[in-house]
Design a protein around this ligand. Structure first.
Ligand SMILES: [Zn+2]
Length: 300
């Protein structure tokens, strides 16, 4: 299928908010590879984080795109220079928790620890307030949202309303599919992952494996279609998805290997095309532009 592309609509689309966001973790934090790792001592595994994040930052610098980076506290402690480059390049630093544990499987004390410890570490390294958080694997829940609000975050970006996925968390509040910003708790905004309506189905279209598995012209068509009738698109991706040279762990099941590694050979080129065409903005700046955050709640 080659969808019809309406190029005449592109200049108008660029007035809208395309927020390309990135979850900053190493290859061994990815859920699909965790069970196949030779050790769970991350310090004994080869790190590939620095070159992959610098590659990502180079792509964004070349296209003058600004983004929100959800960074693990664990990463900020080991690679503070990477976080400082993210800040120096004009991007927003937000939290991806401390150790990349699925929050909806933890006790309240453990969740609070993941949220507050990462916020503290990231603020120390970045030198500015951390306003947002994204739970690993979109592992949100009602309790997680309560604790995100209590810990002092202003927005959460962990909700992916796709009930067919085995890992995504669920919440009891209603988040309408097209709503970019929803006040999910008093003072806490939810920035959900974008889905695109095709026929009668809301199809996950927000990035990650969907960006690697869907051919670029089709993916681009879905983004343009969404932005023609909505003011905001939230896209997410990982630095390890730009790395075609990562070797899968031995014995990794074929289906997980497919999910984790397919399409990596073209992602550098296609990410550059995506942010060149649609631009990108930081979530905090987009929220401020819409009046959801006051001007003293922004990073420099
Ligand atoms: Zn993650």
């Amino acid at each position: 299928m080659e969808p019809e592309l309406d190029d005449a609509a592109v200049p108008a689309i660029q007035q809208k908010r395309f927020c390309a966001t990135f979850d900053i973790e190493d290859w061994f934090h990815a859920e699909n590879v965790r069970a196949s790792l030779p050790t769970h001592d991350w310090d004994r595994l080869e790190s590939r984080l620095e070159p992959n994040v610098h590659e990502l930052l180079d792509i964004l610098a070349a296209t003058q795109a600004r983004s929100t980076f959800f960074v693990l506290g664990w990463v900020a402690e080991r690679y503070p220079a990477v976080v400082r480059r993210i800040v120096d390049d004009g991007h927003e630093v937000a939290s991806h928790t401390y150790l990349h544990r699925n929050l909806n499987q933890l006790t309240p004390d453990e969740i609070e620890g993941e949220l507050s410890r990462s916020k503290d570490r990231l603020e120390q390294v970045a030198g500015s307030e951390v306003l947002g958080v994204r739970a690993p694997n979109f592992s949100v829940s009602d309790l997680v949202l309560d604790l995100v609000a209590e810990t002092g975050y202003r927005y959460d970006s962990s909700y992916f309303g796709f009930t067919q996925h085995d890992r995504y968390g669920q919440i009891s509040a209603t988040v309408p599919p097209g709503a970019p910003v929803t006040e999910i708790r008093p003072g806490l905004l939810e920035i959900q992952m974008t889905r695109v309506p095709i026929a009668t189905v809301q199809v996950p279209w927000a990035g990650g494996a969907y960006f690697r598995l869907i051919p670029y012209p089709v993916f681009r068509w879905g983004v343009a279609k969404h932005l023609r009738s909505n003011p905001w698109f939230t896209f997410y991706f990982h630095p390890w998805e730009l790395d075609p040279d990562e070797v899968p762990p031995a014995g990794m099941p074929r289906t997980l290997r497919f999910r984790a590694y397919t399409g990596r050979g073209r992602t550098r080129r296609d990410l550059r095309r995506l942010v060149t065409e649609f631009g990108s903005c930081r979530i905090d700046e987009a929220l401020r532009g819409l009046g959801h955050l006051s001007s003293n709640e922004t990073t420099p």
